[in-house]
Design a protein around this ligand. Structure first.
Ligand SMILES: *Cc1c(COP(=O)(O)O)cnc(C)c1O
Length: 414
């Protein structure tokens, strides 16, 4: 069902009968502006709101029917965006944050306290990896890094004081997958919450809430916004959990999304289902071509039968997304090709980030990443190398014509 409306701009009743993702992406959270009849959602650049009755001034006075008061609590444009993402994630509610990292830190700092234990995927977005390794232990939070692609590793790591398990699937940058329903069952048996960074998959890639994820996190900077012009983050889940996040992380920590970015990202989100289909078919075409290229030694794409977890991808993923990792051999060969790409690519941008309409590529050396962000040794380092070799090119296949992407990459690959 659609999330409960939080304010006077309520969903039109007819909307409740339409549940298809394309319909939800366009209409959820929106209704014609009651003041002007504007068909498109207005941009409310207002930090404060006039109220028609005396109201409490504490975050704890926030109710589900509270009027807009101050934009750190809620803002009509941000609220529209939150209801759209909650609908796409098939969740009761959503909190929008200033960035994907603000979403990750909101989850950690709302649901963890000194003395608690958290299990974090041993490979994750680099910023999350560093936050888990540096900041959480400093605050007295026990962190165990686990390769969650094998649920048995999680079973071995859970403790009586485990409060949260943080997964990511497909994981940035190597596209390794985690079986969400298997780890949700273990996490819930242990009385903990499961959060999952679903940025690579987008809300179209997997039904994370239906698979048991309590807190579905996205960097909205990536596929949801889709145009490379605005930072944002989202967390979707049950209304009570999102309310806790809104009070603690939104109102108290303050990392909320600007109405302008909410408006831009919501405009991108309206075409998310269509874009993800195009990202998927473009990526499949590019991945198949890469597999035949003599300079490429390994291609990792969940939509290819050669992916080591293709069966899980088929079972869990509704869309295999546009993210490909590929290897070309030694670190020296990778570094040299990266330099050639910088000089020779004329359409694909050699740049970080992903999920944009433009294709983006970036080389990541394994030794450097293992030493800096991931700090893995032994079996966990080997587990990373099993996917990444000495280094990978992370390719975010954009929405250009696949033959043009292939021709551009071909110029650099030779
Ligand atoms: C980019 C990214 C983040 C961080 O998001 P920002 O919007 O850049 O803060 C988190 N997780 C994943 C998987 C990402 O790709």
């Amino acid at each position: 069902s659609l999330p409960p409306s939080q304010n006077s701009l309520t969903e039109r009743p007819a909307m409740r009968n339409h549940q298809g993702p394309q319909t939800l992406a366009i209409h959820a959270g929106e209704s014609p502006d009651p003041g002007t009849g504007a068909s498109s959602p207005p941009l409310h650049m207002s930090s404060t709101f006039c109220v028609d009755a005396p109201a409490g001034f504490s975050a704890h006075d926030l109710g589900s029917e509270s009027p807009f008061l101050y934009a750190r609590w809620s803002n009509p444009t941000v609220d529209m965006f939150e209801r759209k993402i909650a609908a796409l994630d098939r969740a009761e509610a959503c909190l929008a944050t200033a960035s994907g990292m603000a979403a990750a830190s909101a989850i950690f700092f709302t649901f963890l306290s000194a003395g608690d234990h958290v299990v974090v995927s041993d490979v994750s977005y680099a910023g999350v990896a560093e936050l888990a390794r540096e900041t959480l232990p400093r605050l007295g939070i026990q962190v165990t890094l686990v390769d969650l692609s094998d649920p048995q590793n999680l079973a071995n790591a859970l403790r009586p004081n485990t409060k949260l398990v943080h997964a990511e699937t497909p994981v940035n940058p190597i596209t390794r997958l985690t079986d969400l329903s298997a780890i949700a069952a273990l996490t819930h048996q242990a009385g903990a919450l499961l959060s999952c960074d679903c940025t690579f998959a987008s809300p179209m890639g997997q039904r994370a809430t239906a698979l048991g994820v309590d807190l579905v996190m996205h960097s909205a900077t990536k596929y949801i916004g889709g145009h490379g012009d605005a930072l944002g983050g989202t967390i979707s889940g049950r209304a009570a959990l999102i309310k806790q996040l809104r009070v603690e992380a939104g109102i108290h920590h303050g990392g909320i999304l600007s109405p302008f970015n909410a408006w831009l990202i919501a405009r991108g989100a309206a075409t998310l289902p269509l874009r993800m289909r195009a990202h998927q078919s473009g990526a499949l075409e590019v991945a198949r071509w890469l597999e035949t290229h003599p300079a490429v030694t390994r291609v990792l794409y969940p939509g290819l039968p050669s992916h080591p977890q293709y069966d899980l991808a088929q079972r869990q993923m509704l869309n295999s997304s546009g993210m490909i990792a590929f290897q070309v051999g030694s670190a020296e060969q990778g570094r040299a090709l990266a330099q050639t790409m910088i000089e020779k690519l004329d359409m694909v941008h050699y740049a970080v980030s992903l999920g944009h309409h433009r294709s983006l590529i970036f080389w990541m050396e394994t030794a450097a990443l293992l030493a800096s962000s991931f700090r893995l040794e032994g079996a966990q380092a080997e587990g990373y190398r099993a996917f990444a070799g000495d280094g990978i090119f992370r390719l975010s296949v954009g929405l250009e014509d696949p033959p043009d992407i292939i021709a551009d990459l071909g110029r650099a690959l030779g």
